[in-house]
Design a protein around this ligand. Structure first.
Ligand code: ADE
Length: 241
């Protein structure tokens, strides 16, 4: 059974979007993963197919109704509150747990994901509780809806699935796995706009190249992401690597 992303959205036309192209698109055609969209509006019960309403307590915007979203989730997960063969049910929201590569790896290793994309100002809190939704955020910024976040999360998972990346080696070399940012990359021409490629990379001396890249990764991480650098040092001290 192929890894499956099941998406609950008011805008199913947004999918597969960019995931129909390139690496993910080819893997989709090959059947390495599956994409299913479900229109949340199909689970509305009134004749106007209402999915949202004004917030209790007042304020701007609209809130997605818990009963409608619950019915959509029930259909998506074959009901039962658990995750069963679907993988976790995730609600994409800036209030969620920050998405990191370790969660991406967990999700990619499982059967798939059920992704709930919100619109409007939010989702009634009770359906989050009732369904035990895992709230996930892409970062400290606000998208107009969960769909672009769902696309990003799926892309990050799909590239880890066996048989998706052309050269499997490129995955193993990823410095991010070690907790560091990538070292800089260069290709031809060896000189461009008076800028030369670092000598060591032309030397053919593989050990020197490796240690140069390691040093570059460390410097960049220290400078740009002191939070990652601290974690890297702590991991080393704990002897996890
Ligand atoms: N929906 C709106 N903003 C988001 C974000 N930053 N991450 C995930 N989902 C979102």
């Amino acid at each position: 059974q192929a890894w499956t992303a099941r998406i609950l959205t008011l805008f199913p036309e947004m999918f597969p979007g960019p995931l129909g192209q390139s690496l993910a698109g080819k893997a989709l055609e090959k059947g390495i993963w599956r994409l299913e969209t479900m229109q949340i509006r199909d689970f509305a019960t009134d004749k106007h197919r209402t999915v949202d309403d004004t917030p209790f307590g007042g304020g701007a915007g609209m809130v997605m109704r818990p009963d409608v979203v619950d019915a959509a989730l029930a259909a998506a997960t074959g009901d039962g509150l658990g995750t069963k063969g679907n993988g976790p049910a995730i609600y994409l929201t800036p209030r969620g747990r920050l998405l990191k590569q370790d969660l991406v790896q967990e999700l990619a290793a499982g059967p798939g994901v059920v992704l709930l994309c919100g619109r409007y100002e939010g989702l009634d809190e009770r359906v989050i509780e009732a369904r035990g939704l895992l709230e996930v955020s892409l970062g400290d910024f606000v998208l107009s809806g969960g769909e672009p976040a769902a696309l990003a999360l799926i892309d990050a998972c799909v590239r880890l699935l066996p048989g998706v990346m052309g050269a499997e080696a490129t995955l193993d070399e990823e410095s991010f796995d070690a907790g560091l940012l990538e070292y800089p990359h260069y290709t031809r021409p060896a000189e461009w706009k008076d800028k030369k490629v670092p000598e060591v990379l032309i030397s053919g001396h593989h050990e020197k190249i490796q240690s140069w890249r390691q040093a570059q990764s460390e410097e960049t991480t220290k400078l740009r992401r002191p939070d990652l650098w601290d974690a890297y040092l702590k991991r080393g001290a704990a002897g996890d690597r």
